[in-house]
Design a protein around this ligand. Structure first.
Ligand code: MG
Length: 382
């Protein structure tokens, strides 16, 4: 079993829950990194005493220096700091739970350093799936999914023959606007979009859940993690978020993984794999739920989902473009610069307008991502 972990994105929703899991199982936390929240980061460092402490936003480095004085941690900043943590000698596994494309370079750095990765940063695989999976295979580095759906699929694959896998069922909660049509979504406010029925998460992923972009990103993520073709993935709306996903084998047996909607279960499975130890979560009572429901997604209303599936079929840099366009569009929505439905319009327009190119290296990914963000900035009021 792993005994030490480094955490990127430690003050976020996944990061704080991972710390809870680490404490329960006496994992040493060797390094912590946050994006902007210096105070929360230093608070964690006071308790965990990591060797390395990093603030990704370099402008806040002086504040970190002041707040962390006397803690005995080596202080780092920026992308260089994130990458130093990713390759840190004394951690056995890296939990990458940063939000967005920014997680890609640290992931690649960890792979080069032959560190197993618990991956919660889905944009890493969406934007750079080809180079990440290639590097992981070359360096023989395992990637353990933290995303609840992908953890479920990973769990359902244990003890079975991968080559007899027929397809996967990727479940979706449907988000807060399930059942609504486009005309009802026109005037959705930031506050309304930030309410999620089942999961409590960071702002970016909550908006992605409301647009179903999150499921689109997960569709692409699943393709890379499990080496699937698009027609091997069926998306099913399951409002209760109890069945976290399922797999179907050649004999038509469907095996699913269930649990209460609590990220601590997949986080712990990724950190302690293959151990299944007591987890700081609630037990699942099927009789408390009584009914579980399943429905087809509304691809027309939730056109971010459709954009991701199309981008995945287009291949090359198209998924990276969809992701970059979405990151920029979500930021614009949160800044109240564009209406809710504009996010989907921009993502679709970006993949249809920008050329899909083969991605050979990190720089190719970065260029496609930048083009997508520039496209969105220029077409905000499209
Ligand atoms: Mg998920």
């Amino acid at each position: 079993m792993m005994t030490s972990v480094a955490i990127l994105g430690s003050t976020g929703s996944i990061g704080t829950q991972a710390i809870e899991v680490a404490q329960m199982h006496h994992l040493r936390v060797t390094a912590l990194a946050a994006n902007t929240r210096v105070d929360a980061l230093v608070q964690q460092a006071r308790i965990l005493r990591p060797e390395l402490l990093c603030i990704a936003d370099e402008a806040r480095y002086p504040a970190l220096k002041e707040a962390a004085a006397g803690l005995g941690c080596r202080l780092l900043a920026g992308m260089e700091g994130l990458c130093e943590i990713a390759a840190h000698q004394s951690s056995e596994i890296l939990l990458n739970s940063v939000v967005g494309m920014v997680g890609l370079r640290p992931t690649l750095t960890a792979i080069e350093a032959k560190k197993p990765i618990a991956l919660a940063n889905k944009e890493t695989l969406v934007a750079g799936g080809a180079i990440v999976m290639d590097a992981a295979a070359k360096n023989n580095v395992p990637i353990y999914p933290v995303d609840s759906e992908h953890s479920a699929i990973f769990q359902c694959l244990q003890g079975n023959r991968r080559k007899q896998l027929k397809k996967i069922i990727l479940t979706a909660s449907g988000g807060p606007f399930f059942g609504k049509k486009k005309d009802e979504l026109e005037s959705i406010t930031v506050e309304q979009a930030l309410q999620h029925p089942n999961w409590s998460m960071g702002n970016k992923i909550t908006i992605d859940s409301a647009t179903l972009m999150n499921k689109g990103l997960e569709f692409i993520e699943a393709r890379w993690l499990f080496d699937l073709t698009p027609d091997q993935i069926e998306i099913v709306v399951h409002r209760q978020s109890v069945l976290h996903s399922a797999v179907v084998y050649e004999d038509e047996s469907m095996i699913g993984q269930m649990g209460v909607p609590d990220m601590k279960i997949p986080i712990q499975y990724a950190l302690l794999y293959p151990e299944r130890l007591s987890c700081p979560t609630k037990p699942l009572s099927l009789t408390d739920y009584g009914t579980l429901t399943f429905a087809k997604p509304d691809f027309e209303t939730f056109d971010c989902l459709t954009a991701c599936i199309r981008a995945s079929e287009m291949g090359g840099s198209s998924p990276c473009i969809a992701n970059g366009a979405n990151e920029a569009a979500v930021a614009a929505f949160l800044a109240r610069k564009i209406p809710f439905l504009q996010i989907g319009k921009l993502v679709n327009a970006a993949i249809d307008t920008l050329p899909s190119e083969t991605l050979h290296c990190y720089e190719d990914v970065e260029r496609a991502d930048r083009m997508a963000r520039e496209f969105v900035a220029e077409h905000l009021t499209m």
